[in-house]
Write a protein that binds this ligand. Structure first.
Ligand code: SF4
Ligand code: SF4
Length: 360
């Protein structure tokens, strides 16, 4: 979607006009991926992508979103409404400022001399496809910030599994974990397979405010994830955590109890999905019966496989929780019985049984 009225064929703005120019968002989904993060973003509500793209939020800078999923500028190279021309403009230094969004993992083209793994548009000098990694080489130094979306772009994800042929990696693996943009921003990672819609929309919003000088440096953890979104574990926000504490574990999927014995990794995974819900506050993996498979973690999927087995350590902790939980359950049983009945003084009769001592 391009919200700016300018067309791709217009000349670059004069430097004095640059401040009036929109912040461009170049969304590159030419990596190894399934476009699931793009699809997920269409479900965001806090804020929605429409609210961001149309500038409906107070203080938001004017922006122009170049996103293959919904862009109407989809014409051919050198034709009318050329989508890829925005990327060439950025490469020529004619787009300022811009945020580079990367979706999909980056294959290792150095191991593929006879061809290429993935690309995006053509190189105007050669007429040959431009690889995703070449786009990164060209645009990352010119971007105000680089946002990696989804676990493929952040850490490699499923494409980077043991035994894969492409040597796929995440953007921080490719550019370097200590990489900084020309504006001094680290790579910002919003992992998830796919990423949570609102986590992604909220991070885009934060970065736009930061680019506009209205927000402090985005706080990130050691895996470059926004701390306010990934600072807690799935377990800490799970609807089923009470069952875990009471040592009550599901043995099959039609149970409301804790799913750890069915393979849930929630106790060690950083993700706010159960707390936040998936769409508009509804859903969130374990809340609705799905084990957490740790899709936001840098070690996903290899370090968490095979899925659906009890995670290592869970046996010890659930045994302890089972013992502790049976005591807690018994005590809570007494309390629940008491709390579920009316106080004994609430009855008819000549006596006041409330414990009040008359002063008359
Ligand atoms: S289902 Fe998973 S996240 Fe929820 S309480 Fe059990 S172990 Fe924790
Ligand atoms: S709860 Fe687990 S499986 Fe679900 S999105 Fe979060 S990390 Fe991924």
């Amino acid at each position: 979607m391009t919200t700016a009225t300018e067309s791709a064929s217009q000349p670059a703005p004069a430097p004095e006009e640059a401040s009036a120019q929109p912040v461009h968002i170049l969304w590159m989904n030419g990596g190894l991926g399934c476009d699931g993060d793009s699809v997920a973003l269409t479900a965001a509500t806090q804020p929605s992508i429409e609210e961001i793209a149309l500038g409906a939020l107070p203080g938001l800078p004017k922006i122009a979103v170049h996103w293959p999923l919904i862009d109407y500028e989809c014409g051919p190279e050198q034709g009318a409404d050329t989508f890829i021309e925005w990327w060439h403009k950025a490469d020529r230094g004619e787009l300022e400022p811009f945020v580079l969004v990367v979706e999909g993992s980056i294959p290792n083209e150095a191991i593929k001399p006879e061809g290429y793994w993935c690309g995006f548009g053509n190189n105007p000098e050669t007429g040959q496809p431009m690889t995703t990694s070449e786009w990164l080489d060209r645009l990352a130094p010119k971007a105000t910030c680089v946002l990696a979306v989804g676990t493929c772009a952040t850490y490699g994800g499923i494409h980077a599994m043991s035994g894969n042929p492409t040597g796929a990696m995440g953007v921080p693996d490719y550019l370097g974990w200590d990489w900084r943009s020309k504006a001094g921003l680290p790579i910002v990672c919003v992992p998830g397979c796919p990423t949570h819609p609102d986590n992604l929309a909220e991070t885009i919003l934060y970065l736009l405010y930061q680019v506009a000088g209205q927000a402090p440096m985005i706080p990130l953890d050691e895996a470059l994830r926004p701390t306010w979104l990934f600072g807690n574990t799935v377990h800490e926000g799970c609807d089923r955590a009470g069952y875990y504490e009471q040592g009550e574990f599901a043995r099959e999927y039609d149970s409301p109890k804790c799913l750890v014995k069915l393979g849930c990794w929630g106790p060690v995974v950083k993700c706010n999905v159960p707390k936040r819900g998936w769409i508009n506050g509804v859903g969130g993996c374990p809340n609705v019966g799905g084990i957490c498979i740790a899709c936001t973690m840098p070690g996903f999927p290899d370090k968490f496989m095979p899925f659906m087995d009890e995670p290592p350590g869970a046996r010890v902790s659930t045994t302890a929780s089972g013992l502790y939980g049976s005591v807690i359950r018994t005590l809570r049983g007494f309390t629940a019985k008491t709390a579920d009945a009316e106080p004994k003084w609430r009855r008819k009769g000549p006596e006041l049984l409330t414990g009040y001592h008359k002063t008359w």
